[in-house]
Ligand binder design. Structure first.
Ligand code: SF4
Length: 407
């Protein structure tokens, strides 16, 4: 019964964040806000990527536990609901490491060396020791994180689709190498037997039409037959699809990117908002702190005196107006700036109010968890246990496909 229901579930979404500090507005608009939206539309799994934190800071482990907990408090404050999504910790599901190991055996070295962020990060973090095997291999660990849950969708910002592409390539290679075991045909026939003679006949006719006659129409018809069947589980459908296409068994389905529009949030000094630049507003900053931070935020340098006109396009504050304010307020600010009819302090005021309003809600929702680490621990324990059930199922299939004994 359970299996039939799985066929009807919404796509599974997987995403994680490294626990490298308290969450700020850049993290919120760059990813977390999207998590909150997705949780009601998909079967979402969000994880604390604590092993990934080691790839760039293997010698700064003293903060990982605290940051992991506080990050989850921020997630809950922002509106993630454990009853709507699964929140867990990567290191509590050790199967990630096992799959990472198997995938590292089949991933060609040039694939990881050519990842654009590899060299960019080394250049950006010159003070860090990134000449490690772990840092080079982080895209493979990332692939394992995704593939172990057979996630269909991975939310990515506009410039991050390369990460998902790498996971797709690794999955494809794995399936090509290990998906053609001798028992494949037998298991397909067993599956067809279980789904009635009519279904079996129709499916095999499509299979013959495509594989022997090369008919694209027969392929489409077969795929529709499989996808519209209400009695096949998602895994069973994947097996039949692999047989139909001739690609073999799909052990690790290829995920697809779920493109999201995420604004780049600048920091108080006009550079990208980042903890390492010390230019952030944290999600649980108090109203007086927010007011003080926004008040000192950089503006168009041309506006030295009140009567000097400015240009909103040159003002970091105005990029926040575009995120937070409605059209009428934006127009008021832009006109006021260009005509010098308002001062920067006045221009910032509606921003302070709207950020405060939003963050008051975040603080209120976060408070019961911030005051009770036990509640957070329980959420993570429950989520990790749930995630591990799927991870274990995948690994049983992975080991058996490779030919490594399942003890
Ligand atoms: S008036 Fe507003 S948009 Fe213009 S420089 Fe000042 S803060 Fe920026």
């Amino acid at each position: 019964m359970e299996e039939v229901n799985q066929a009807k579930r919404p796509d599974r979404v997987l995403s994680g964040m490294r626990p490298t500090g308290y969450m700020h507005l850049g993290n919120y608009h760059g990813a977390l806000k999207n998590f909150v939206d997705l949780q009601s539309q998909y079967d979402c799994y969000f994880f604390v990527a604590d092993w990934h934190a080691l790839t760039t800071a293997y010698d700064e482990t003293h903060t990982i536990e605290e940051y992991s907990r506080e990050m989850v408090v921020d997630w809950l404050g922002a509106g993630l609901l454990p009853e709507h999504c699964t929140i867990f910790v990567q290191s509590k599901v050790p199967e990630h490491a096992e799959l990472h190991l198997f995938l590292s055996m089949i991933t060609p070295l040039p694939w990881v060396e050519r990842v654009p962020t590899y060299k960019d990060t080394i250049d950006a973090l010159q003070e860090k020791d990134l000449a490690t095997y772990g840092f080079l291999g982080y895209p493979v660990l990332q692939a394992a994180d995704i593939l172990i849950y057979r996630a269909e969708r991975v939310p990515v910002g506009t410039d991050q689709s390369a990460h998902v592409e790498m996971s797709r390539e690794i999955a494809r290679r794995f399936n090509e190498i290990y998906g053609r075991g001798t028992d494949f045909e037998t298991s397909v026939m067993g599956l067809l037997e279980d789904h009635g003679q009519a279904f079996k006949n129709d499916f095999l006719a499509c299979h013959r039409g495509f594989r022997e006659g090369g008919s694209q129409e027969a392929l489409e018809e077969g795929l529709t037959l499989v996808s519209s069947s209400t009695s096949l589980t998602r895994r069973q459908a994947e097996v039949l699809e692999g047989y139909l296409r001739g690609t073999g068994r799909v052990i690790l389905p290829e995920p697809r990117a779920l493109a999201t529009e995420t604004p780049l949030v600048v920091g108080l000094d006009g550079r990208k908002m980042s903890k390492s630049y010390g230019n952030t507003i944290q999600l649980r900053d108090k109203p007086e702190v927010i007011e003080q931070k926004v008040s000192r935020m950089q503006t168009d340098p041309a506006r030295v005196r009140l009567k000097d006109p400015g240009d909103p396009a040159k003002c970091p504050v105005y990029t926040w107006h575009e995120i937070y304010l409605d059209e009428a307020q934006r127009e008021w600010a832009a006109n006021g700036c260009r005509t010098a009819s308002i001062g920067c302090r006045e221009c910032k005021q509606p921003l302070i109010e709207v950020i405060n309003e939003e963050q008051t809600l975040f603080r209120e929702r976060a408070e019961p968890f911030a005051n009770s680490p036990e509640k957070v621990r329980q959420i993570l324990e429950d989520g990790s246990e749930k995630a591990r059930v799927i991870a274990k199922e995948t690994m049983t299939e992975v080991r058996s496909a490779i030919g490594i004994a399942n003890a």
